[in-house]
Design a protein around this ligand. Structure first.
Ligand SMILES: O=C(O)C(=O)C[C@@H](O)CO
Ligand SMILES: [Mg+2]
Length: 390
């Protein structure tokens, strides 16, 4: 079997978008003095699709969710020539080929995200070729179903947040993630606002529901140290990405300081990056995203390393490429799930572009044992809502 072509397309959303409100989520831009584009971190309104075609007629489907036009250019100019003419079952060799030949500029960030898109499509080809779902090639079914948590609760007025939390309870979710709206620049008032929002959500969900707290790198070390003792009484399941992804020593310091597990990894790459996080005990929960971290080939290795450190893997963003990894390892106890599909920051585009992602029922989702590959197809119904670049 040989790869004959890699087809990439960029899909840029032109449909209705819910405007992001100020303070809806702290983020890495908050430290800057110019607030005119403080929502810039949250504009992910495009996606790259990757179709790996083969001489058998089997086509594998992968995706990249970051900087889509650049991801497309990287795949078209650098990666496609490395895999065309090759056997997709030589996936480790192909991964190393892509990784090593782009090493000078591609190890982290968009270079690795582009490699991820091709790698995911290659695994889809392999699954389809042997007639098995990808998770059956990775370790198989380790759970009857995958527990998943509802992930939204961006900061709005407290009553609306309480109603939103109640709606996730009503749908049967046993865990949910909320976002902080304020950070270091907002002083003691912002600190109080942050604490009030956690108290408001806890009031609705009680003690028996897991609550996760997301900072999206919008805090700093000093601010986080001041917040941690104030947050402990809410018993969060984890505090997510309090500081910039590059401040690994900062994560390690925080993680030793508190009973609250510190999570991260959504902006980390490859098994090398995660080995470092784990060896430094910098995170207590790992949150790679398969379509950034180096694809299924890299994520599978990270699962094994995480297992040996007894650190759980709960990938960023749910979505099919992550569900297959979660299903196939005991190291991954749960998945994230974005419960509202109106397009706001852009994570939601996935549900317009692809068909086949499972919907949770009572807080659990499942994968089909008999659907070959990843089980996703392009959803042409919404193509007219995108500007498509071939
Ligand atoms: O879901 C997450 O963990 C994210 O970080 C999503 C991001 O868009 C911030 O809310
Ligand atoms: Mg996150």
């Amino acid at each position: 079997m040989k790869i004959t072509r890699v087809r990439t397309r960029v899909f840029e959303w032109k449909g209705h978008t819910v405007p992001a409100q100020p303070h809806f989520c702290s983020n890495a831009m908050d430290e800057l003095w110019d607030k005119s584009d403080s929502m810039g971190t949250f504009r992910f309104h495009g996606w790259t699709t990757v179709e790996v075609e083969t001489d058998t007629g089997i086509v594998g489907l992968g995706n990249v969710a970051l900087a889509p036009r650049i991801a497309k250019a990287i795949i078209d100019q650098y990666l496609a020539p490395l895999v065309v003419g090759q056997d997709p079952f030589d996936y480790e060799y192909l991964w190393q080929r892509m990784y090593r030949s782009t090493h000078a500029w591609g190890r982290k960030g968009i270079g690795m995200a582009a490699i991820s898109g091709v790698d995911i499509a290659i695994w889809d080809v392999m699954g389809k070729a042997v007639g098995k779902p990808v998770f059956k090639l990775l370790g198989g079914r380790t759970k009857e179903k995958i527990p998943c948590y509802a992930s939204k609760l961006y900061r709005t007025d407290l009553k609306s947040m309480q109603e939103e939390a109640q709606s996730y309870l009503d749908q049967g979710f046993k865990a949910m993630k909320m976002r902080f709206g304020y950070g270091p620049k907002d002083g003691p008032t912002g600190m109080r606002e942050n604490l009030n929002s956690v108290a408001a959500v806890r009031e609705v969900i009680g003690e028996d529901i897991d609550l996760m707290l997301e900072c999206y790198m919008g805090w700093n070390l000093e601010y986080t140290k001041r917040m941690l003792p104030r947050l402990e009484r809410f018993q969060p399941r984890w505090l997510e990405e309090p500081v910039l992804a590059d401040d690994i020593d900062g994560y390690a310091e925080l993680n030793q300081l508190t009973s609250i597990p510190i999570s991260g990894g959504e902006h980390e790459f490859t098994s090398y990056g995660f080995r470092q996080l784990l060896e430094k005990r910098a995170v207590s929960v790992i949150q790679y995203d398969t379509n950034r971290v180096g694809g299924i080939t890299a994520a599978h290795k990270i699962n094994a390393i995480a297992e040996s450190f007894s650190v759980p893997v709960i990938p960023h963003a749910g979505q099919m490429h992550n569900y297959h990894l979660t299903m196939s390892t005991l190291a991954s106890p749960m998945s994230e799930f974005f419960p509202v599909h109106d397009v706001e920051i852009g994570n939601e585009l996935f549900y317009y572009l692809f068909e086949g992602d499972p919907e949770p029922v009572n807080g659990f989702l499942d994968l089909d044992d008999d659907t070959p590959g990843l089980g996703l197809t392009l959803n042409e119904r919404y193509f007219d809502q995108f500007h498509i670049i071939e």
